[in-house]
Design a protein around this ligand. Structure first.
Ligand SMILES: [Zn+2]
Length: 106
């Protein structure tokens, strides 16, 4: 199947995304006592970072889906993220978001 970014029907997009998420988890297997950690929490507040297992991990696009549709299914562009940071980051790229919340100064 040829993946044509941005031209998929909503149902197909959801199917493609759950396939991509499964691939990512397969590439990043958890050990016995490990968790996935929200990568934004890890930057801003590692002591209170949100952690996840394979069943509930959410993945964020480091470079946003909206601006880089070609990276939507690129596994290297995905990181675990918590609901709070996912919502706050929205469609920003990581560097823009870090500037917005004051972690990175320009
Ligand atoms: Zn977080």
């Amino acid at each position: 199947m040829k993946r044509r970014s941005g031209y998929l029907k909503p149902g197909k997009q959801a199917a493609l995304w759950s396939e991509t998420r499964a691939e990512w988890i397969k590439e990043h297997p958890l050990g016995k006592h490990e968790y996935y950690i929200c990568y934004i929490c890890w930057i801003v507040d590692p002591e209170h970072a949100s952690v996840f297992t394979e069943t509930n991990v959410m993945l964020d696009h480091v470079k946003s889906r909206a601006r880089h549709p070609e990276l939507r299914t690129d596994l290297t562009n995905l990181r675990p993220i918590c609901a709070h940071h996912n919502k706050e980051k929205g469609s920003l790229d990581l560097n823009e978001y870090l500037i917005k919340i004051g972690v990175v100064q320009i």
